[in-house]
Design a binder for this molecule. Sequence first.
Ligand code: AMP
Length: 208
Amino acid sequence: MKLVFLGPPGAGKGTQAERICKRFNLAHISTGDMLRYEIAQKTPLGLKAAELINGGHLVPDEMVVGMVSERMQSAEHGFLLDGFPRTVSQAEKLTEITEIDCVVNIDVPSERLVERIVRRRSCPDCDIVYDIGELENGEVCRQCGKPLVIRKDDTPEVAHERFHVYNERTAPIIKYYEDKGLLLTVNGDKSKSEVEQEILRGLGKADA
Ligand code: AMP
């Protein structure tokens, strides 16, 4: 299975991607996670990317295309792309590289998104994202126990820039994939399990 998850910042792409990848043993290829890893390691690419990411801007296509195509090649059981493509030109490059089975577009009303973003806490190691409402035992990761952090681009100011960038540069991809007959739009404004079930139904895997 080769999937793409699309949606504005805060739609729940990463959360749903985790669930679907676990279920079908897919490689979770998240360009945001890969870039944050480069930043943490202070690599030359990470140093270049940090300022752009922290300001809510996209990094140049050439920074992500090579990284993604390398990871796709080593994914034996299929993959799920989370955060890529983010521009029509990235989508065109992806079409040149491989055939995608389905593009899941997670739709959430814009007024709900800022609230979701400012409420989220992330594990710097596992990249798991939590809502503060589900952290009964303090702000630590349930998987590895590390203290959770607020991503630098999860402030209301940067989030607004990210929405602007999403509307200008990423939203046009929806039509690109609709025209190819690959788009599955799901309502992301429900509980995590309900959204997952809707994705599974849309993929024809409701009994998986
Ligand atoms: P995400 O974790 O998907 O929200 O990505 C965090 C940030 O990484 C984005 O706001 C961009 O600055 C950068 N980024 C992630 N994926 C891409 C991409 N495919 N193209 C350009 N920039 C990206």
